[in-house]
Design a protein around this ligand. Structure first.
Ligand code: G3H
Length: 478
């Protein structure tokens, strides 16, 4: 029998009164691996109430004490890395080594956040009135950063632990309470992670984790009047959330179509290595994955040969074996990827490898001579399939990049740093990497998407600031 995991509310693990559960399908075996509670709207209401009450006391808890608890949680998280990683392997088919890395990176993120919070929230501003015309020095203004209240965190399946703590830790250090709605695939990993915060001894009700069906509690959560901030990472759902949410700060990261522009003078071995890492790690299921290669025609043949040789070396198989390419998260995802591949085939793309699929496992595929009329030129496969578009000028590459509705990251490979900077300036994306594949980390760097890739900037410092509001007190002198 499959275990049904409890949800976390008011410092306790509880069964939902619905008596229902949601199944988590192992992407590799395609069988039910775990089940989680299907929480009700009433249970969400209860969680919101306790979050509101707990936050009031937490906001008065000294900053150094909040930091101390976060450091404790970070250490516990790292101690539990093996058991959490095992869940990641089974729920989202993340290769075993990468699963451990996700947990360790999460522990580091929590610690860094505690340190950064102590520094930036420990400072305020002092202003005097006589710098503005017409004023005497009769007003002293004190500004500080105070918490928003209850933060709702919704991470995606591909980093259910790391992209949860990247929201939880800034929220908590800033004095907020936190309600987590994990993705269904990844929910048990997230519950294990929450357990580490529980063990660290955070006050009851400060952190809650509700699981269940989006159709039942999704809109209810995001439109709940008790929520003072939403931090979401995922797909199109984020656009719908933004439209429905109230007048509260939103932090959204919604995917990308990160372009890799390759100039004639690029070091092609470096490019090929980065295309493999950027395009195929975790089977392309990263919002920052290289999702389209825009290579100058003069070097495209040589580059494609180098990438092909490296693709041939990728190990395809189950995540337990630390394979490079593992099954994608769901059958519907695999079907979507296949749809993009078939469209490209019909429209004449060159297949550098044979298309192969078994269940949710899709073999890595490089598609050359992709043209703008193919869906894969624009859409995000979120799988191990990478299109190459040959370009005849840098402008053509920049044009393709900027014509995308996404604008997360991009990269450019050239030895000419001046050209690289000009191209970076011209690319309409949140970040451009010069001579390396796109990536979110190191986790204290700003991380943001524009256009349909999101709103707001993340990264530890920006997230802490985003989860606070400015409060001023003015002393009026006689
Ligand atoms: O999938 C979205 C993540 O924010 C990407 O993070 O660049 O560390 O893989 P990553």
């Amino acid at each position: 029998d499959v275990e049904v995991y409890k949800y976390y509310s008011d410092g306790e693990w509880k069964k939902s009164s619905s008596g229902k559960s949601v199944a988590i399908i192992n992407p590799t075996t395609r069988k039910t691996q775990y089940k989680v509670q299907a929480c009700t709207q009433e249970e969400v209401n209860k969680v919101m109430d306790t979050a509101k009450t707990a936050q009031k006391t937490w906001a008065k808890t000294p900053l150094w004490k909040r930091a101390e608890l976060l450091h404790k949680a970070a250490a516990i998280l790292k101690e539990h890395k093996a058991s959490i990683a095992e869940c990641l392997v089974k729920e989202i088919a993340k290769p075993a080594k990468d699963a451990v890395t996700e947990v360790v990176r999460s522990g580091d993120l929590v610690s860094y956040c505690a340190e950064e919070g102590v520094r930036i929230l420990g400072e305020g501003k002092f202003l005097v009135s006589d710098s503005f015309p017409g004023n005497e020095r009769t007003k002293y203004c004190l500004t500080s950063k105070i918490p928003l209240g209850v933060v709702l965190a919704i991470p995606p399946f591909n980093y259910p632990v790391n992209l949860a703590v990247s929201k939880i830790a800034p929220a908590l250090i800033a004095g907020n309470s936190l309600v987590l709605k994990p993705p269904t695939q990844g929910a048990v990993s997230a519950l294990h992670m929450v357990h580490c915060f529980h063990l660290a001894g955070f006050p009851k009700g400060l952190i809650s984790c509700v699981t269940g069906k989006g159709s039942e509690i999704g809109d209810f959560l995001t439109m709940h009047p008790g929520v003072n901030c939403i931090s979401f990472t995922g797909g199109d759902t984020g656009i719908a959330i933004s439209k429905k949410a109230g007048m509260i700060p939103l932090q959204m990261e919604l995917g990308g179509k990160d372009a890799c522009i390759v100039l004639e003078d690029a070091d092609l071995d470096l490019v090929a290595a980065n295309i493999i890492k950027g395009g195929f790690s975790y089977s392309g299921q990263r919002c920052t994955a290289v999702k389209v290669v825009l290579a100058m025609e003069s070097v495209a043949d040589a580059l494609v040969e180098k990438v092909k040789a490296r693709v041939a070396k990728l190990i395809v198989g189950p995540p337990e074996n630390d394979s490079d390419i593992t099954p994608v998260v769901s059958e519907s995802s695999a079907n979507f990827i296949e749809g993009l591949v078939m469209d490209a085939k019909q429209k004449g793309a060159t297949f550098c490898q044979e298309y192969k699929r078994e269940g949710n496992l899709i073999w890595p595929l490089l598609l050359d001579n992709v043209r703008p009329d193919m869906r894969i030129a624009w859409e995000e496969p979120f799988g191990p399939v990478l299109p190459v578009i040959r370009i005849n000028s840098v402008e053509e590459g920049i044009h393709h990049c900027n014509a995308s509705n996404f604008g997360l990251q991009g990269c450019v490979f050239t030895k000419d740093v001046n050209k690289a900077i000009l191209i970076s300036d011209a690319m309409e994306t949140g970040t451009v990497q010069i001579n390396s594949a796109p990536a979110r980390g190191p986790d204290h760097f700003p991380f943001q998407g524009i256009k349909d890739s999101g709103i707001g900037s993340q990264g530890i410092t920006n997230s802490i600031n985003m989860m606070t509001k400015v409060k001023t007190t003015v002393i009026n002198l006689p």
